[in-house]
Design a protein around this ligand. Structure first.
Ligand SMILES: Nc1ncnc2c1ncn2[C@@H]1O[C@H](COP(=O)(O)OP(=O)(O)O)[C@@H](O)[C@H]1O
Ligand SMILES: [Mg+2]
Length: 376
């Protein structure tokens, strides 16, 4: 049997790759088709590194050639992934931790830590293994929010190395910069020092297997953020803002920071906290005291997903102070709001992992006035 290249191309014209409008020949995903007797080699170029999409394309090609050209054709598909725009920098992946999500806000006091704590317990309730790393050197609040203020991590021996064991509370593993400083002690850390401490809390800690490690970042967009971003391969960032103009302006800076070339962390979306005030006994009454839908509109403007809105309710504040995140109360509107938020975060994380290469920790070294991005 001798296969004809033209017949193969015609058959491939019936296949359209996921996410593309044109068939794979027209879109030039098929770079080459070679036939040798009853053998055919299809050279395919794809943009996405997602294995399941690749496998599906391969299976489609083989089936289509068997169906439309010859059931005896020996089909080989060579897939090449188109080089990503950014040169690939290999960093240190963290064994056992699947996704690191940075929770960030341009402005302090918008509820970044409150959202982190509630998102963490909600993800844990959904069955995920969750850790929280409280990296807010200016005001670590996870120890209070999880009622573990007096706890101190112990060290355990893992493979002959001493590792810090996170504190567990409500099914969430926690390490906080607050465990290592007394509450009265003002912590003014320089970027590199904080980066080093955080590095230890990640790489020298016994986190075990985690689906999500949430990182409560300090507010703002300073030096310290650069250090953290350089030290850790962050999967994506979520940005918390209130609907108020001053908070939105800072949230915008936050998005810009993650998008800047030397950081380049995908923004998974924006969360609107304190979206409206609602009295607990009158949940249908909504008062838009900080303005209406500001963060939702900002997400639209910046073309990032809107992940959800959380109202301003007294019980959220009380629960935070008491040390038992409000989302733990079952069958409440709040639980539902946090569940929707968590589902969106999971969805965006999955999409991000399907479509983009892993974020690598990068190291920027400055030498004699010139900076270079170096392999770690
Ligand atoms: N949705 C909310 N409803 C009521 N109080 C909230 C809400 N979000 C945050 N707070 C309260 O606002 C204050 C600041 O929140 P926090 O999470 O510490 O902010 P950040 O980490 O951004 O500085 C805390 O007292 C917290 O309990
Ligand atoms: Mg905070």
């Amino acid at each position: 049997m001798k296969l004809d290249r033209k017949d193969i191309l015609k058959a491939l014209e019936t296949i359209t790759l996921a996410g593309e409008g044109k068939n794979m020949v027209e879109s030039e995903a098929v770079r080459n088709v070679l036939t040798f007797g009853d053998e055919v080699v299809v050279e395919l170029v794809m943009q996405t590194p997602a294995l399941h999409i690749r496998k599906r394309a391969e299976a489609d090609i083989i089936k289509t050639i068997h169906d439309l050209v010859s059931p005896d054709a020996k089909v080989k598909v060579n897939v090449k992934i188109e080089a990503p725009e950014k040169p690939e920098i290999k960093g240190k992946a963290i064994p056992g931790i699947s996704n690191i999500i940075a929770v960030s806000s341009g402005k302090g006091g918008v509820g970044k830590s409150t959202i982190t704590a509630n998102l963490a317990v909600t993800l844990a309730k959904m069955g995920f293994k969750v850790g929280v790393l409280d990296a807010d050197i200016y005001g670590p609040s996870m120890p209070i929010m999880f009622d573990v203020e007096r706890e101190r991590p112990i060290s355990v021996m893992i493979d002959g190395k001493s590792k810090m064991k996170p504190i567990s509370s409500y099914g969430v593993e926690i390490l906080s910069i607050g465990f290592f400083t007394s509450p009265e002690q003002a912590v003014i850390w320089r970027g590199p020092m904080a980066g080093k401490a955080l590095n230890q809390m990640i790489f020298d800690a016994d986190w075990g297997e985690l689906d999500f490690l949430l990182l409560d970042l300090p507010p703002g967009t300073g030096d310290i953020h650069l250090s953290i971003m350089q030290a850790l391969p962050i999967t994506g960032a979520v940005i918390v803002s209130t609907p108020q103009a001053v908070a939105l302006a800072d949230a915008k800076k936050g998005v810009a920071m993650f998008r800047q070339e030397s950081i380049n962390v995908p923004v998974l979306g924006i969360i609107e906290n304190m979206a409206y005030f609602t009295p607990e006994e009158l949940p249908d009454n909504k008062y838009y005291i900080f303005g209406k839908e500001g963060a939702r509109n900002l997400a639209e403007d910046l073309e990032v997903p809107f992940l959800g809105e959380i109202p301003l309710v007294q019980s959220i504040r009380e629960a935070g102070d008491y040390g038992r995140p409000a989302a733990l109360q079952t069958a409440t509107p709040l639980e539902a709001a946090f569940e929707e938020l968590a589902r969106n975060v999971v969805q965006e994380t999955v999409d991000r992992n399907d479509n983009l290469p892993a974020t690598e920790a990068i190291k920027i070294t400055t030498m004699a006035g010139c900076s270079a991005v170096k392999k770690k």
